[in-house]
Design a protein around this ligand. Structure first.
Ligand code: PLP
Length: 423
């Protein structure tokens, strides 16, 4: 099982004769895992040693996708012009399409999700001393360099994120500052949600919940922003059209380079006035780019071709999670797997053990990220096939079988040595 000591520890205890047999044992374990069916290449590992790589399955994130052939053709043929001057026709097409899909008046292409969130927060909180309420486990709060405060002078007020990515409505309301205390308090101007919620394992916020937060925001004269980096994943998983899902929001930041697999960029959506302010701020932040039609052309293909693949990505993710749960020493909270992200808890995990597992999988071409000292993260995307999932699972299964073989050989060897010493 994954909780056992690694094969490196075991191999060190073997004499040469047993190490040779161990190599055969490893081979038969691989056979058992049916890896032999897959075409293998011998490649040079980082240590300089040769290693067998059957294939590469990159599960680090859905940001790792490569542009498809159709995207590359669209990029090569894109009609372009200077977007800072407001003339790029392909950018205009993409922005119009995204505004329509999200049910908002206008849209703006931005270089990244981080810049999209930053611009949205800053447009809503354009008075110094503003405060934004957000989840303590959300992307803006944790992974965006505190940009809303360091660049925007906006004070973040975090509210506990529940396991499903929500914040309790009562807790949000309690965090809203009383305007009569403005001599002392910052002024609450904005609430941020994240859908799907990455750090909760890609869980989705329901339309009912989002509407309730929207009503609360209205009641207190606040704005609502949604970090919709994976809003299409949430929309598909919930079976709710994206425009309905974000109806209560004043702005949404939608990533092109996550679940839907475009190479670069995000689009923010909102009212015409909001987007006019956002355009100016984008320029201030250095995000005004010239012939962006090249990038937008790939995103238009992603919208056209990849949103329809998300359901299958989610199905494969569930199969993967179920398969992982059958492996002793690994645990996935199956109930939390709603979209394309899986958190794998390693029983008796330690940082070095989890690192060993990552290295072991990497040597077999399976890449994933270490979330913390006892947790791994896997993210699926449209370039992970069903057979990639089976291959990755077989690699996860292989290690326990191999370790068991090594143990057996070590026992046999010790018994033989003890017998010969007696004779
Ligand atoms: C939920 C969420 N929001 C925002 C971002 C930021 O996107 P980017 O990496 O394009 O800046 C990410 C990136 O992974 C994300 O997962």
């Amino acid at each position: 099982m994954w909780g056992s000591s690694g094969m490196g520890d075991l191999l060190g205890s073997f004499p040469e004769s047993v190490r040779v047999r161990t190599k055969h044992a490893e081979k038969s374990c691989e056979d058992a895992a049916q890896v032999a069916r897959v075409t293998s290449d011998v490649v040079q590992g980082s240590s300089g040693k040769e290693r067998m790589v059957a294939r590469t399955v990159d599960l680090r994130s859905d940001t790792v996708t490569k542009p498809t052939e159709a995207m590359r053709i669209a990029m090569a043929n894109a009609e372009v012009d200077d977007d800072v001057l407001g003339n790029d026709p392909t950018a205009f097409l993409l922005e119009t399409e995204m505004a329509k899909k999200m049910g908002k008046e206008a849209a703006l292409f931005v270089p990244s999700g981080t810049m999209g969130n930053l611009i949205c927060v800053l447009v809503h909180c354009d008075v110094r001393g503003s405060e934004v309420i957000l989840g303590d486990n959300c992307h803006i709060y944790i992974y965006e360099n505190g940009g809303v405060s360091t660049i925007g002078g906006v004070h973040p007020r975090s509210v506990k994120n529940n396991e499903d990515g929500t914040m309790d409505i009562d807790s949000i309301e309690a965090a809203i500052r009383n305007p009569s205390g403005e001599l002392l308090y910052p002024t609450t101007r904005l609430i941020c949600l994240e859908n799907s919620h990455a750090n909760s394992g890609g869980r989705c916020l329901s339309v009912e919940y989002t509407d309730r937060v929207g009503e609360l925001a209205k009641k207190h004269g606040l704005k609502l922003h949604i970090d919709g980096a994976r809003i299409f994943n949430a929309s598909v998983a919930l079976g709710v059209p994206p425009d309905r899902l974000v109806q209560a929001a004043d702005s949404v930041s939608v990533c092109l380079s996550k679940g839907i697999g475009a190479p670069v960029g995000s689009v923010i959506v909102g009212s015409k006035i909001f987007i006019a302010k956002a355009r100016r701020l984008r320029k201030t932040l250095g995000g005004g780019m010239r012939q962006i039609g090249v990038l937008c052309a790939a995103a238009l293909v992603a919208l056209e071709e990849n949103v329809g693949k998300l359901e299958s990505d989610h199905r494969k993710t569930r199969l993967f999670a179920d398969g992982l749960n059958e492996i002793k020493g690994l645990k996935v909270n199956a109930g939390s797997v709603e979209t394309n992200i899986i958190f794998i808890d390693i029983e008796e995990g330690t940082r070095s053990r989890v690192e060993k597992i990552c290295n072991y999988l990497e040597e077999r071409g399976v890449y994933l990220l270490q979330e913390n000292s006892s947790r791994l993260r896997v993210v699926l995307h449209h370039q992970v096939s069903a057979s990639d999932v089976q291959y990755a699972l077989s690699c996860f299964k292989m290690k326990p079988a191999f370790v068991t073989c090594c143990r057996q050989l070590l026992r046999e060897y010790k018994m033989k040595r003890a017998t010969s010493e007696r004779i």
